[in-house]
Design a protein around this ligand. Structure first.
Ligand code: KG4
Ligand code: ZN
Length: 339
């Protein structure tokens, strides 16, 4: 059978990325141009700067992805591109680029939901993984516990009522002076701290046992720092980072295990930037081992934003017949499950 080659483009936030994916599961190239150093100066992603940088980099990132994969535009079967959710000006760069290539080469265009991409990152290194499975999605903008019923089909069991998990990491990092990007810095510092040093609240939210809330733990951290400052006491930042991280990870693992048990699911996956967190990976692995569940997680490079995961998702959408016209637009608040 002839191979299906997809060029995928991702530009929803602060990484300009392109990848060539063969038959949905083989990554021929995965080029990521990160803008982190630029946004660090401002303590977070500045949307206009992100758009401008995407425009500057996108052609060279695509050229590199094609050359590393050793293919030309003539070899491609389709173009996949993230069209939401994300920063509108950033998304538009990738969408416009994908449309231009699709038009010039008369190739099918497949718009991809960014979060469907994150979930699909799990297919890259786990050739045996197929739906249905349970997936915890934890990124900078999303915290969802879902059943992946089929490729690109999700049943949302729970979601955050306030901050996303990654957002909580970023805010706590800022509060203890670690700066942007917060998650990886908290992860690193926490390794030197005692996770049982400070007891932070594990939020319970109302009627849905699978929902999350992280604003309480974030406020508790800020209060803890204020109290210490008022008393003139030094905060042990490593202990604080480790204790905060444990409070978040405990809840993420607990809710996931509860859903697995209640719904009889024995395949558990994690996805999104926070899925690269060392403590979360370890705790989820341990909980899965104890319960005889199989645990799937992408390598850290496929957890944070990349285009390989978009290419994988695009392949399964392409197989299902999903095609977008040249009127495809960026949808900054695209909901999971929407097309
Ligand atoms: O998935 P992602 O790259 O972008 C979004 O779609 O949002 O996720 C970015 C988020 C940021 O909040 C970042 O701080 C967090 O993921 N993150 C981490 C780690 N690496 C990235 N959080 C905790 N531990 C990490 N190692
Ligand atoms: Zn993402």
């Amino acid at each position: 059978m002839k191979d299906t080659l997809i060029l995928a483009i991702e530009s929803s936030c602060d990484e300009t990325a392109a990848s060539v994916v063969k038959n949905g599961r083989t990554i021929m190239s995965n080029v990521i141009s990160s803008q982190i150093a630029l946004h660090t100066l401002y303590g977070g992603v500045v949307p206009e700067i992100a758009s401008r940088k995407h425009i500057e980099k996108i052609n060279q990132v695509i050229e590199q992805a094609l050359s590393e994969a050793n293919v030309s535009l003539d070899d491609l079967d389709a173009i996949g591109v993230t069209y939401g959710p994300g920063l509108v000006g950033a998304l538009l760069v990738g969408v416009a680029e994908a449309k231009a290539i699709a038009y010039a080469r008369k190739l099918p265009l497949v718009g991809v939901h960014h979060i469907e991409g994150h979930v699909s990152a799990n297919y890259i290194e786990h050739p045996d993984l197929e739906p249905p499975f349970l997936c915890l999605i934890v990124s900078g903008g999303h915290t969802h516990l879902v059943i992946v019923k089929d490729y690109g089909e999700f049943e949302i069991l729970g979601r955050t009522r306030d901050d996303a998990a990654g957002e909580a990491f970023d805010k706590v990092a800022r509060a203890i002076g670690l700066g942007y990007p917060g998650g990886p810095k908290v992860d690193k510092l926490a390794k030197e701290g005692n996770a049982d040093a400070i007891e932070f609240p594990r939020a319970k939210v109302g009627d849905n046992p699978y929902d999350f809330s992280f604003s309480g733990v974030k406020s508790a951290v800020l209060n803890y720092i204020n109290n210490a400052n008022m008393k003139g006491e030094e905060v042990n930042r490593a202990d604080l980072a480790a204790s905060f991280q444990k409070a978040v990870v405990d809840v993420l693992v607990e809710h996931t295990m509860l859903a697995a048990k209640n719904l009889g699911m024995n395949k558990i996956a994690i996805a999104g930037g926070v899925a690269s967190n060392g403590a979360l990976r370890e705790a989820m692995q341990k909980a899965c081992d104890e319960n005889n569940y199989t645990f799937y997680r992408p390598s850290p490079i496929f957890c944070t934003d990349n285009a390989a995961m978009i290419g994988v998702a695009a392949y399964y959408e392409y197989q299902k017949g999903t095609r977008h016209g040249l009127d495809l637009n960026a949808v900054p608040n695209l909901k999971l499950g929407e097309r």
